[in-house]
Ligand binder design. Structure first.
Ligand SMILES: Cc1cc2nc3c(=O)[nH]c(=O)nc-3n(C[C@H](O)[C@H](O)[C@H](O)COP(=O)(O)O)c2cc1C
Length: 202
C-alpha cells in the first residue's frame, strides 16, 4: 500500500519510508530527553513532515499493536508531541472482507486524542488483498489506486490548510507517515510541500 502511495503521490510530494522494527515497547521510564535513538528518529521524521499517512492492517477486529506502539511514542511528550496538530490520513489492506474497516475505526479516536486533524474521505479499504496485488507486490486494483490518489490529494490539501493557520508544530516541509504494511513494520514520511516549497520545486 505504501509503495502504491509512493507511485500515486501528487507532483511535488515526497514520501519517505521508515522501518519501525527498532522501536522498543513504550516505557514511560525510558521516555526521557535521552530517549531511545530509534524513537528520536521516528519523532524527528514526523515532526519534520507536513502530515502523516498511515497504512494499517487489521488485527483481530482492531488496530495492530506494533503500529500503535510507534504512534504512542509519537504522541509524547505532552506539549511538544510530534503528532499534535499533524494532519493524518489512513488507509489499509487486509486479506479479509472488511479491508481494515474495523482497524481504521479504532485508529480514529487515537488521533482525536492526539489533536491530529484527519482526512475524512475517501475511505480506503482494500478487501481481499490477496487478489489486489501482483507477484511483485504492486497494487493492481484500479479502484484502490484511484482512492489512494484522492486520499493523498486530500491530505496535501489538509496539510496546506493547517500550515496556513501558522501552527508552528508542523510548519515544516514534509508529510510524515507511519505504517505497518506488507513485509513488516515500517514508517513512512512523505513530503507534502507547502505552496511555497511546491512552487520552488516546479
Ligand atoms: C494476529 C492477526 C490478526 C488478524 N486479524 C484480522 C482481522 O481481524 N481482520 C482481517 O481482515 N484480517 C486480519 N488479519 C490479517 C491481516 O489484516 C493482514 O491481512 C495480513 O496479516 C497481512 O498483513 P501484512 O500487511 O502485515 O502483511 C490478521 C492477521 C494477524 C497476524
Amino acid at each position: 500500500m505504501i509503495h502504491a502511495a509512493e507511485e500515486l503521490a501528487p507532483d511535488g510530494v515526497e514520501i519517505h519510508i521508515f522501518d519501525i522494527d527498532d522501536i522498543p515497547l513504550y516505557n514511560q521510564d525510558e521516555d526521557t530527553p535521552d530517549e531511545p535513538e530509534s524513537v528520536a528518529h521516528l519523532r524527528e521524521a514526523i515532526r519534520d513532515a507536513d502530515a502523516l499517512l498511515l497504512s494499517t492492517p487489521e488485527y483481530n477486529y482492531s488496530l495492530p499493536g506494533v503500529l500503535k506502539n510507534a504512534i504512542d511514542w509519537a504522541s509524547r511528550p505532552p506539549g511538544n508531541a510530534p503528532l499534535t496538530g499533524k494532519p493524518v490520513a489512513i488507509m489499509g489492506a487486509a486479506t479479509g472482507m472488511s479491508g481494515t474497516m474495523r482497524a481504521q475505526l479504532a485508529w480514529r479516536p487515537v488521533f482525536l486524542f492526539t489533536d491530529s486533524p484527519m482526512v475524512g474521505k475517501p475511505e480506503v479499504y482494500v478487501a481481499q488483498a490477496g487478489q489486489k496485488f501482483d507477484r511483485e507486490g504492486r497494487l493492481t486494483d484500479e479502484t484502490a489506486r484511484t482512492l489512494i490518489r484522492q486520499l493523498l490529494e486530500n491530505l496535501v490539501k489538509l496539510a496546506r490548510e493547517t500550515n496556513a493557520k501558522g501552527d508552528r508544530s508542523l510548519a515544516t516541509t514534509g508529510i510524515g507517515a507511519v505504517s505497518r504494511d506488507g513485509d513488516g513494520p515500517k514508517g513512512l514520511t512523505a513530503d507534502a510541500p507547502t505552496e511555497e516549497t511546491a512552487a520552488s520545486r516546479h
